[in-house]
Design a protein around this ligand. Structure first.
Ligand code: A3P
Length: 326
């Protein structure tokens, strides 16, 4: 570790051979100064500052540890479920948290909103699990592992519609929401671009692609793939309990540990216990009309078709992706 690096707020265990360049360090200091001025001096606490902080810390300062795990999704694709799965596997069944984000923090949010200090992020024991909705372009790059969970886009649209209504005060009907979704004018932008952007890198052995539908149909098989990919040490005796804790029924029963804005939704009078909605495959069928189905298929073909994925996003197995770079 260089002297400069050791002075930085972050003291991540830099993987051998990976360090930040002088240009990155200078850019980081400049951005930090600008953010301070905007926040304190002019009193503008805007999305611009949040973005600057994310860029500064996430792109310039943060060096992933080799055993970090980034769990990445487009929203409503099973992120919270995978946070729970990863934490259960990593901790061998520990439920000692008030909210899952304490033990598997939302990377861009804790940085942008100053929810966790750099020291707090650093203090998380390995393997650190970070949830993220960042596109491939923006995710911190390193020798860590990435798990990307995909879900049928139409089901995502339906789930997102309900989330918009229950958590974001959306008053429109499904058709209005669907148009926004298709145009990418929803939080985190276009589902099509997000998924295809990650799929471009499906040959990267450090990325494990999983499907929500597969998790539902074969949770045990998926857990075994995750264990192998991450190198977790889970005994066969611990397995049934972990499976039980990752079930929809168990998580629904402990929903406050998963719904990140429980307190806020109470204050604002929004509906509680609406975050983990149904957890089923195919509910889009009763929502999308013929025209919407067609629109979706056309766009899906354009972005996802080239990967040979079918409608349920089943990606053909990649012969090169079973092993990970040392
Ligand atoms: P539905 O709205 O279709 O029910 P995210 O965490 O990415 O926002 O995804 C939320 C979706 O994942 C919700 O879908 C939620 O019910 C589902 N989900 C969460 N935990 C689950 C579990 N243990 N089993 C199945 N689905 C789960």
């Amino acid at each position: 570790m260089t002297e400069n690096h050791s002075k930085s707020k972050f003291h991540f265990d830099t993987p051998e051979g990976v360090s930040k360049s002088s240009a990155e360090k200078i850019a980081s200091s400049l951005l930090k100064g600008c953010a301070e001025i905007l926040k304190g001096g002019i009193g503008i606490l805007t999305e611009t500052v949040q973005f600057m902080e994310l860029f500064r810390v996430g792109r310039l300062d943060f060096v992933p540890r080799a055993d970090d795990i980034f769990l990445v999704t487009y929203p409503r694709s099973g992120t919270t479920w995978m946070q729970m799965i990863l934490y259960q596997l990593a901790s061998r069944g520990n439920m000692d948290f008030t909210h899952i984000c304490q033990v598997a923090p939302w990377f861009e949010r804790v940085i942008s909103f100053n929810v966790m200090s750099a020291e707090a992020i650093e203090a998380i024991l390995s393997p650190r699990i970070f949830k993220s909705h960042l596109s491939y372009r923006w995710i911190p790059k390193g020798q860590c592992r990435y798990i990307y969970v995909m879900r049928n886009g139409k089901d995502v649209a339906v789930s997102f519609f309900h989330f918009y209504k229950s958590h974001l005060g959306f008053k429109g009907d499904f058709s209005e929401f669907f148009d926004l979704f298709m145009a990418g004018k929803v939080q985190f932008g276009s589902w099509f671009k997000h998924v295809s952007g990650w799929l471009e890198h499906r040959d990267n052995p450090n990325i494990l692609f999983l499907e929500y539908e597969n998790l539902i149909q074969d949770l045990e098989g998926c857990l075994r793939r995750i264990i192998q990919f991450c190198g977790f040490d889970v005994s066969s005796e611990q397995f049934p309990e972990i499976m039980e804790k990752c079930s929809f029924a168990f998580m629904k029963k402990h929903e406050s540990k998963f719904d990140h804005i429980t307190a806020t939704i109470w204050e604002k009078g929004y509906k509680q216990n609406a975050f983990l909605r149904k957890g089923e495959i195919g509910s889009a069928k009763t929502y999308l009309n013929e025209g919407q189905e067609k629109l979706f298929e056309q766009k899906s073909e354009k972005y996802i078709g080239k990967f040979g994925a079918n409608d349920d996003l089943h990606i053909p197995a990649n012969p090169h992706s079973s092993t990970r770079n040392p």
